[in-house]
Design a protein around this ligand. Structure first.
Ligand SMILES: [Zn+2]
Ligand SMILES: [Zn+2]
Length: 325
């Protein structure tokens, strides 16, 4: 009998993330995905922030490192010069030439995820690109007009919810007003890469930025990740989605064989032995490997700490639930 397809057996479910009305059989609700954003359909509410301040979620280590960075004499003018030379237009040209631009017609589900992250946090839509790249990563750059770039491997390996987490993390960099310093930090990381060390841009970087400036910028950039992981949690509203995305950043293709609960245990063990100074020394060595989003285990341990402190819950409770219809 084909009566399972009757309208009477179907329920219209509005996507809690993007608002799309989906026709779906009620029995399938658990596994069904939204036809627009591809995120799982559910009856749970999704909260949108009407007036989120970066001070509501920015990690104290980020604030401290940024304050230290800003006290270095001449840093702002040096960064302005650096970014004027390397430039916004260069970033834009590189990605419009070598990456796919995401639009409502091109990769519409990714466009919907970007919209969800922007409306949840309260950020104007930046441009989003997907670039062919085997390293599971993403970044945000720009000066006046930020762009977000997702590597293709990230979309291939992560679930739709995990991709939303990564997009939301990048949108978090915009919301937290990281973009200018972050772009400079990414340039530093790029020229630390052996293949680029001889490029003209590497000489410009070392001419314009002192060793103190470079070290402070990189120390801040790593801590800035912690704030944006929190922003990602404010969008996914599920800490396990952040945890699993981190596990995949950590383990690559191997992550499918990794036990998530064991990974969480590792994050908790890490927290016990945490030593910020030792971590900084270690980073100084690994920065040459071009790792821009290091230490997923550390980052997961920080997200666990934030949720368990009750701070995340209080922030969520202070927010209006989005109207479901
Ligand atoms: Zn949706
Ligand atoms: Zn980041």
């Amino acid at each position: 009998m084909a009566d399972n397809g009757n309208l009477s057996d179907s329920a219209a479910v509005r996507c809690r993330y993007c608002g799309q009305l989906n026709q779906t059989r009620s029995a399938e609700n658990g596994a069904a995905k939204c036809g627009r954003c591809r995120l799982p359909l559910s009856d749970k509410p999704h909260k949108k922030f009407a007036d989120l301040s970066k001070h509501d979620y920015v990690h104290p280590a980020d604030s401290r490192a940024l304050a230290a960075l800003r006290t270095i004499p001449g840093i702002d003018s040096a960064l302005k010069k650096l970014l004027a030379v390397t430039g916004e237009s260069a970033i834009r040209v590189i990605f419009t030439a070598s990456a796919v631009k995401v639009t409502p017609q091109q990769c519409p589900d990714l466009y919907a995820k970007l919209q969800i992250a922007c409306t949840t946090l309260g950020v104007d839509m930046p441009e989003l690109f997907v670039q062919q790249n085997p390293v599971v990563n993403a970044f945000t750059g720009g000066v006046e007009r930020p762009v977000i770039v997702l590597h293709s491997s990230l979309i291939e390996r992560l679930t739709d919810e995990e991709v939303l987490a990564v997009v939301a993390h990048e949108v978090g960099h915009i919301h937290a007003e990281h973009v200018l310093y972050l772009t400079a930090a990414r340039l530093l990381e790029a020229v630390a890469n052996v293949a680029l060390a001889a490029a003209p841009v590497a000489q410009i970087v070392t001419q314009l930025l002192s060793g103190t400036m470079r070290a402070a910028l990189l120390a801040w950039a790593r801590r800035a990740e912690l704030s944006c992981d929190r922003a990602a949690l404010l969008v996914t509203q599920d800490a396990d989605v952040i945890g699993r995305a981190m596990m995949k950043l950590c383990g690559g293709t191997f992550a499918s064989k990794v036990d998530y609960d064991e990974f969480l245990k590792q994050a908790r063990d890490f927290q016990k032995n945490y030593d910020e100074k030792a971590l900084d020394r270690f980073w100084a060595d690994i920065i040459a490997s071009g790792l821009s989003h290091p230490f997923p285990v550390w980052r997961v341990s920080e997200i666990l700490k934030w949720t368990e402190s009750g701070e995340y819950g209080r922030l969520m409770d202070g927010v209006q639930e989005s109207a479901a219809a």
